[in-house]
Write a new protein. Structure first.
Length: 66
């Protein structure tokens, strides 16, 4: 497997993990209890998304360094 395919596979795995975590958070948000997840406002979700983009940028810089 060449380097490009390895990077694509790594991106696929990381994206899937982030997707599952966000879906889990979103489904737990619908529960009636007063958990911390259910108290998140739309602005908090935007902040979370921006933070995830920052993590993705740092990971791409790390991969470029290797």
């Amino acid at each position: 497997m060449d380097r490009k395919q390895q990077r694509l596979l790594l991106g696929l795995v990381i994206g899937a993990v982030f997707g599952v975590v966000l879906a889990w958070i979103a489904t737990n948000r619908d529960e009636s209890d007063q958990s911390a997840v259910s108290l998140l406002k739309p602005g908090d979700w935007v902040k979370l998304g921006i933070s995830l983009l920052g993590v993705a940028r740092q990971m791409s810089e790390l991969i470029e360094a290797v």
